[in-house]
Design a protein around this ligand. Structure first.
Ligand SMILES: Cc1cc2nc3c(=O)[nH]c(=O)nc-3n(C[C@H](O)[C@H](O)[C@H](O)COP(=O)(O)OP(=O)(O)OC[C@H]3O[C@@H](n4cnc5c(N)ncnc54)[C@H](O)[C@@H]3O)c2cc1C
Length: 485
């Protein structure tokens, strides 16, 4: 046990960040007898769960068994590594898939408001081969509905000392590979030190920090719906004491997403993205880069093919191009947008353009006009012949009836790829090995640890919950094998 600081007895564990990983870590640690301090920079707990879809994945759950779906952690592991193109961390993925069924069962036993269609194979990310994605009817909020009552109970019982509006600004070292505690900026702006026997960093990623994102991701621009609380501060504090970061080279954008009218990096919420999943809505439009050139079969069923092609395009931008006839005949491209919303967007929103001919459309959208004219003509030939150079198969209509439309999209980020290197006990790694008492879980260990250069469905939220629980129990001296959780 360490000494006293800031007028309170030192806690057994300081958990920095009260989001997807931090909440279950705090619940388990407190319910197993530890004195826990939770430090959260925002004015509420929950982190990214307030905006995440929070789709979970697990192979070998009770629900799958009840529905007659044959699955196991081994099959989940093989699928996850296939989708990550073998670029995820195999040992951490193995740990995650072994704990995943217990995590989903745990949520279910706590009356998780699961969507009746789950588990299913979903197609927004490269799909699994077995139905093993689960989601709540109220997305991330359904997960919070399970976590918050237990967290609040532990706070009310005095087992958790919750400090909102409090930012960890630094970790303090005590010897080469030991942490003495944390430095905090309190709500009144003063700085204070807090000692702790152990520190868990559950500070999330950096997908809300447009300055830090390129610095940690080999220059890639940040565009996405990330939470502003995903500041990357925890990762930076750990690197200041010698922690290692990895995954900087494993960025793959999500295919599509429209900026908010007044932002250079924040997009509309994920539910308001254009419908670009061909399995749900075969495309009637074409997608072009700023040269006016197509770069992929828009109807490719492989998310990986489309995302990898987008990675090569200037500024990770593309425009969805269509005409009035398509607007009238096709299922809605932006299903959650009303006609009034769209009219207003085409009048004022900088990502939306409308014009009477293809050249004027290109000029309005910021695309090369000659390139776009040639591309539209070539596409219209392909509609006639039924084939093109990309292998597209769905050619419902040519693009030729004015007015013409362009909607600018981006390669977007739902989870930041780089993060703290950890060992298989989730201890943070420095250049001289693991820190004895500094742990990390959730997106702080890098989205690429579980997904590699891809997005493996459910493999951000599920491991965040599992590893948070694992660490809470482990520090309390409880067994943390999957079966006991
Ligand atoms: C729109 C969207 C949809 C997504 N959908 C899915 C999905 O369906 N499935 C999936 O697996 N993943 C999904 N993800 C990713 C997933 O939600 C996140 O990776 C995960 O929730 C992160 O959990 P976390 O605990 O690591 O961080 P968070 O939940 O972000 O929590 C981190 C907390 O730490 C706090 N904090 C940070 N730094 C400090 C500091 N220095 N001091 C004090 N507090 C600090 C923050 O304020 C925050 O509350 C999605 C992400 C987004 C943005």
């Amino acid at each position: 046990m360490t000494g006293r600081t800031d007028g309170h007895p030192a806690p057994d564990v300081v958990i920095v960040g009260a989001g997807t990983a931090g909440l279950p870590a705090a619940i388990e640690a407190a319910e197993h007898g530890l004195r826990v301090t939770v430090v959260e920079q925002a004015d509420q707990v929950g982190g990214t769960l307030w905006r995440s879809w929070a789709q979970l994945s697990a192979g070998g759950t009770e629900l799958q068994r009840r529905k007659g779906i044959l699955d196991s952690p081994r099959l989940h592991f093989e699928d996850a590594m296939r989708i990550s193109k073998q670029t995820a961390d195999p040992e951490l993925v193995r740990l995650a898939v072994e704990h995943a069924p217990a995590t989903v069962d745990w949520l279910m036993n706590a009356r998780f408001d699961i969507h009746p269609d789950a588990p299913a194979i979903l197609h927004f990310h490269e799909p699994y081969s077995i139905p093993r994605t689960y989601w709540g009817r109220n997305a991330g909020r359904s997960v919070l509905e399970v976590l918050l009552p237990r967290f609040e109970r532990a706070c009310a019982d005095g087992a958790i000392d919750l400090r909102l509006h409090t930012t960890m600004t630094a970790l303090r070292k005590d010897g080469a590979q030991r942490i003495a505690g944390v430095t905090l900026r309190t709500p009144d702006g003063t700085t204070t030190d807090l000692d702790a026997a152990a520190v868990i960093l559950t500070t999330g990623g950096y997908s809300g920090n447009a300055e830090l994102f390129p610095a940690l991701t080999r220059g890639a621009p940040l565009v996405g719906p990330g939470s502003p609380t995903s500041t990357g501060r925890g990762i930076l504090a750990a690197t200041d004491v010698g922690a290692q970061v990895r995954g900087q080279d494993l960025f793959l954008p999500t295919y599509g997403g429209v900026l908010l009218a007044d932002s250079t990096h924040e997009t509309e919420g994920l539910d308001d993205y254009p419908s670009l999943t061909p399995q749900q809505r075969p495309p009637w439009e074409i997608h072009v880069n700023r040269h006016g050139t197509r770069f992929v079969a828009e109807d490719s069923h492989s998310v990986d093919v489309r995302e990898t092609a987008l990675l090569e395009q200037p500024r990770l931008e593309f425009w969805i191009i269509y005409d009035e006839a398509i607007r009238r005949a096709a299922p809605p491209l932006l299903p959650t947008w009303s006609d009034l919303d769209l009219e207003a967007a085409f009048d004022r929103h900088p990502s939306f353009a409308r014009a009477g001919d293809v050249g004027a459309l290109a000029a309005a959208a910021g695309i090369d006009a000659n390139g776009l004219r040639a591309t539209v003509a070539a596409y219209n030939d392909a509609v006639e012949s039924g084939g093109d150079e990309f292998g597209r198969r769905h050619f419902p209509a040519p693009i030729g009836t004015p007015p013409f439309y362009a909607v600018r999209n981006h390669g977007t980020t739902l989870k930041s790829p780089a993060g703290l290197a950890v060992d298989h006990s989730l201890r943070v790694l420095g250049s001289d090995g693991a820190f004895a008492n500094l742990y990390a879980a959730g997106e702080a260990i890098g989205g690429s640890s579980m997904s590699g250069k891809s997005f493996v469905s459910g493999m951000s939220v599920t491991p965040a919950l599992s590893f948070g629980r694992m660490l809470g129990r482990k520090l309390a001296g409880e067994p943390h094998d999957p079966g006991s959780m």
